[in-house]
Ligand binder design. Structure first.
Ligand code: RP5
Length: 170
């Protein structure tokens, strides 16, 4: 488990099914760090560590988390199972699996039956970054500092887009 550098208690839990998800999922905590949002990261597998999942999800709200970001690949039960055990908003990030290029992960995460919602993001890095930005947007509703940080982030992103294409870049 890693925690953001800030002293404040973590508001976002970034969980993932395996160490092998970290290369992509690290973009979520990286984005939260940029926005000054305290987070915690953990490996929690719905299949391999079901008791860890249960303990984590059942205590997530009382521990002060406001949002859970869950990355998983293949038969990606982690976001859905987490959402079944906590009332917190859960954003699922499908990993790009080797066998099916992440289509399995995407469909497992997105196709929740009515009653237990999971916010499904894009496959891979874009999904990890956008999950963090969505988490920030949720937290920003009640936190003016995060709202300002998110506004600044979006303004910087817009300012970084050139008006015309450079013929020198691919
Ligand atoms: C899922 O199985 C994980 O989220 C990961 O994406 C996938 C493969 O895990 P490893 O076999 O690489 O540990 O539970």
């Amino acid at each position: 488990m890693t925690q953001s550098a800030t002293e404040r208690p973590p508001l976002v839990a970034v969980i993932m099914g395996s160490q092998s998800d970290w290369e992509i999922m690290r973009h979520a905590p990286q984005t939260l760090e940029t926005l000054g949002i305290p987070y915690e990261t953990r490996i929690v597998s719905a299949h391999r560590t079901p008791e860890r999942l249960y303990d984590f999800a059942k205590t997530a709200r009382e521990r002060g988390f406001q949002v859970v970001i869950a990355g998983a690949g293949g038969a990606a039960h982690l976001p859905g199972m987490t959402a079944s055990l906590t009332p917190l908003p859960v954003f699922g990030v499908p990993m790009e699996s080797r066998a099916l290029k992440g289509m399995d992960s995407l469909l497992s995460i997105v196709q929740m039956p009515a009653g237990i919602p999971v916010g499904a993001l894009a496959i891979g890095k874009a999904g990890a970054i956008n999950a963090a930005l969505l988490a920030a947007a949720v937290i920003a509703l009640g936190d003016p500092d995060v709202a300002h940080a998110l506004d600044d982030w979006r303004a910087r992103q817009s300012a970084a887009v050139a008006a015309t294409p450079s013929p020198l870049e691919g």
